[in-house]
Design a binder for this molecule. Structure first.
Ligand SMILES: Nc1nc2c(ncn2[C@@H]2O[C@H](COP(=O)(O)OP(=O)(O)O)[C@@H](O)[C@H]2O)c(=O)[nH]1
Ligand SMILES: [Mg+2]
Length: 456
């Protein structure tokens, strides 16, 4: 794409609402450099890529001093003419600037519209646009790194060779068809199959990267469950590293769910402290237990906490009380992380490898538990190649591509004409193009860009 698709100029405050040291008003579009010039007293004229000191004037009165930066199309964030005025971070001053720009003919930018224009003008592809949003929304440094990688085009670069292979196969078949009547060999089925295999081989690891990508992007929920008094709230606090949940010596006091976000190796984890699971007459408590069951069902990962003072016998042998056995059974299929707590009071003679040992009171074993949890969370998903699929949109596009290729494979086995194979291959190609945004429906674009903040 060349040149700008948009003729209007948009304006927005690009800094967060409220007061701060600096506030920035941003304009993009053909009139961006001119609209506010009557309100800027410059010592020297605007030059692309140069910051200029300016006084901000309105109604003949000097309101503020600031710095104005001009980026000329196409060398700007949006690919259009962009003007950024940095004033003091007073909402009043910034509002005046926006209002004057609107009066002069600008339009208020929608959320994400600057980035949308960068995409529409071909400055960035769709995965990069999404990365801008993710970068801003990041909660951990690991999320920042992954988003920055994607912003640098890592995902698109990873998909590009697959697309090339696919295009090569399409070209081959198209040529075969075009020349079929002229007695030129149509491509041997074995060669097509070999190329379909190669495509699958290339797509597999990319699809696999969604396991970690999704975790990094959206995080996960981990519920701590166990009998009353097992030390759930204490462990929750250890993991959160500050006092948050209420800890008491009386069983059954955490009647509601307490949640807190922690970072586990850079992956955001929503930690849920639950009420004890047991039969109860108390109405509030039974309410809490009902919620616990929901929390357990909703959690991506369940941590089952055992009380060593009840689970380790006099000989130091791990013997689970019936209640714990029942809990463990009810968690079948959820593969809970089993943790033995209060080992400062009772320690099993021989440690079982699957059972982590901690003392939520002294903090013993908590670091090891974190490491174990991280291992569980990431599993084998340690994707080192860079360019992970981070959203369901990415994953669905890639799956769509794989499915179309599978249809081609079935067609090939069934000896369908190559014209029919080509339909599937084009469908596969279209899915890859949707991933990068080479072809994307408007409603999908709207959905993506409306999740941005205004001014970005
Ligand atoms: N000695 C010892 N006491 C603990 C440990 N963890 C928890 N406790 C105590 O056990 C009691 C119940 O803890 P709490 O975290 O409220 O358990 P919950 O009902 O499972 O949430 C409190 O008195 C805690 O101080 C531990 O590792 N060692
Ligand atoms: Mg509790």
């Amino acid at each position: 794409m060349t040149g700008s698709l948009t003729e209007d100029t948009i304006v927005a405050i690009a800094t967060p609402p409220g007061r701060g040291g600096i506030g920035i008003v941003r304009l993009s579009g053909p009139d961006a450099p001119r609209l506010l010039l009557p309100h800027l007293e410059l010592r020297s004229s605007l030059l692309p890529g140069r910051a200029r000191y300016c006084a901000i004037v309105d109604d003949g009165a000097r309101l503020d001093e600031g710095v104005v930066t001009y980026f000329a199309a196409p060398n700007s964030y949006t690919g259009e003419d962009v003007l950024e005025i940095a004033a003091h971070g007073s909402p009043v001053i910034l509002d005046v600037l926006v209002r004057r720009a609107l009066e002069a003919g600008a339009r208020l930018a929608r959320p994400g519209e600057f980035t949308e224009r960068a995409f529409l003008n071909g400055r960035i592809d769709l995965t990069q646009a999404e990365a801008v949003r993710d970068l801003i929304a990041a909660e951990t440094i690991y999320q920042v790194r992954v988003a920055a990688e994607q912003l640098g085009g890592a995902l698109s670069r990873r998909v590009a060779p697959v697309k090339e292979q696919l295009v090569a196969l399409v070209t081959l078949l198209e040529a075969g068809i075009d020349f079929a009547e002229d007695d030129i060999d149509v491509t041997a089925d074995a060669e097509i199959l070999r190329r379909l295999d190669a495509l699958d081989h290339a797509l597999g690891p990319i699809a696999g990267s969604f396991r970690e990508g999704r975790l990094v992007h959206s995080g996960l929920t981990m519920a701590i469950v166990g009998r009353p008094n097992a030390g759930k709230s204490s462990l929750f606090n250890q993991l959160v590293e500050r006092e948050r949940a209420i800890v008491t010596a009386m069983p059954g006091t955490t009647r509601d769910l307490v949640t807190e976000r922690i970072s586990l190796g850079g992956i955001p984890v929503e930690l849920v402290d639950t009420a004890g699971l047991r039969e109860t007459e108390d109405e509030a408590e039974s309410h809490g237990i009902a919620r616990t069951e929901t929390a357990m069902a909703d959690a991506d990962l369940v941590l089952l906490l055992l009380d060593a003072t009840a689970a380790v016998d006099a000989e130091g042998v791990l013997r689970l009380p019936d209640e714990d056995k029942w809990l463990l059974a009810s968690l079948e299929g959820r593969s809970p992380v089993v943790v033995l707590n209060k080992v400062d009071l009772a320690r099993p003679e021989s440690a079982e490898r699957e059972v982590a040992q901690v003392s939520a009171l002294t903090g013993e074993g908590v670091a090891e538990l974190r490491a174990r949890l991280l291992e569980r969370v990431r599993g084998s998903a340690n994707d080192s190649e860079g360019g992970m699929l981070t959203t369901l949109r990415h994953y669905e596009a890639l799956e769509g591509c794989t499915q179309a290729l599978d249809r081609a494979r079935v067609g090939l086995a069934g000896q369908v004409p190559h014209e029919m194979l080509l339909l599937d291959l084009y469908a596969a190609l279209q899915q890859l193009d949707q991933l990068t945004g080479a072809t994307t429906a408007d409603d999908i674009l709207n959905r993506i860009f409306s999740s941005f903040c205004i001014g970005k």
